[in-house]
Design a protein around this ligand. Structure first.
Ligand code: 5GP
Length: 119
């Protein structure tokens, strides 16, 4: 999947449209999902132009990969969700119904999230 810089998360990163920011550092931006699927639903995105998880791992340098993972952990810690539990989810491509072609990790928490997904 090639990167399309007109996607909505690229516009958020460029400050062209607003977001409800919860965390930012040099590698990542985290903000509340506009259509939450759980009481807590945060999206974490890398700052670089990566379309998907596989693109990110193939193209980002090690500092970006480690920095992004640590940013996710910081968001989880600051959201006070470790005790209750949480789910990390990243949709990629057509079968997973990825809607925004900028790599992102969903953090879902705050209620019983049910069992694993089935097709
Ligand atoms: P995907 O289906 O690509 O994994 O998830 C995309 C997510 O982005 C969805 O949960 C959707 O609600 C969220 N989203 C789409 N547009 C916006 C937006 O403009 N702002 C925010 N905060 N979230 C958005």
């Amino acid at each position: 999947m090639s990167y399309d810089s007109s996607n909505i998360f690229a516009k958020i990163l460029r400050g062209e449209i607003p977001c409800d920011k919860v965390y930012e550092d040099e590698f990542a931006l985290a903000f509340n999902d506009i259509s939450p699927q759980a009481p807590k639903h945060i999206l974490v995105i890398p700052k670089g132009p990566y379309a998907s998880y596989d693109d990110f791992i193939a193209s980002a340098d090690d500092a970006e990969i480690v920095g992004f993972q640590r940013a996710i952990a910081k968001v989880i810690g600051e959201a006070d969700i470790i005790a209750g539990g949480y789910r990390l989810l990243s949709n990629t491509g057509v079968d997973a119904h990825q809607a925004v072609p900028h790599y992102h990790v969903h953090i879902l928490a705050g209620a019983n999230l049910g069992g694993k997904l089935v097709a």
